[in-house]
Design a protein around this ligand. Structure first.
Ligand code: CA
Ligand code: CA
Ligand code: CA
Length: 220
């Protein structure tokens, strides 16, 4: 048992050294370049529950994909509400590992002053991305501490135009170059193994503070 705990600490220490770098194993990736461009098209790696998506070839419909090449996805289709879709693949989020979902997102590139709202879920983790239409292509990362659960990647494209019975303005956040990585170690572990380890920083600070107080007490 102690050996197992010590192993856990080693993995944890190793993981924190690696945090922020990209030495993970790639579990899944999709750059959409193999998809056929189409309005309200289909995606081979995704189940589209609520249509739709426009599969966009770079430099068509006045839209640019990430890297100004290939194919990307407009998450609000044509006369649709905005997509609700999830990955065909399910993933196991193992304790002791961190799962980083990295993706390229751009604002809608057309209704530049409008803000679109996209909810992305990775297993139990949910994050909302509010992007101005003029927001350029950028890399966004979500990070999930493995908890033993199994789950998928979900995209829920929302927006003010999608409320009520209004069926959308056809412009949504654009998605490209998505990667899911598994990295050994966790930076944020609610695990009982770590509950009684004081943060090195705060412990030092506390010790230093007490030392100063003791010193002052002695001198005063
Ligand atoms: Ca692409
Ligand atoms: Ca569209
Ligand atoms: Ca929209």
């Amino acid at each position: 048992m102690f050996a197992a705990i010590r192993k856990g600490f080693q993995i944890l220490a190793f993981g924190s050294l690696l945090a922020g770098s990209s030495f993970g194993a790639i579990l899944f990736q999709d750059n959409f370049d193999a998809e056929s461009p189409a309005l309200n098209g289909s995606l081979s790696n995704w189940f589209i529950y609520r249509p739709g998506v426009d599969v966009i070839a770079d430099n068509t419909y006045f839209l640019r994909c990430s890297g100004n090449a290939g194919t990307c996805v407009d998450l609000d289709g044509t006369y649709m509400q905005g997509v609700y879709m999830w990955s065909n693949a399910t993933f196991q989020f193992l304790p002791g590992f961190t799962y980083n979902l990295t993706m390229r997102l751009s604002g809608n590139q057309r209704d530049l002053a409008n803000t679109d709202s996209l909810v992305v879920r990775l297993g139990s983790l949910s994050q909302t991305f509010d992007l101005l239409g003029s927001s350029p292509w950028q890399t966004y990362t979500m990070s999930l501490a493995g908890d033993g659960s199994t789950g998928r990647i979900w995209f829920d494209m929302r927006g003010p135009d999608n409320a009520g019975s209004v069926y959308g303005d056809n412009v949504g956040i654009l998605l490209d170059a998505l990667v899911l990585e598994e990295i050994a170690g966790q930076t944020d572990v609610p695990d009982i193994q770590n509950a009684d380890i004081p943060e090195p920083g705060s412990a030092l600070l506390l010790a230093a503070g007490l030392g100063v107080l003791a010193l002052r007490g002695r001198r005063g």
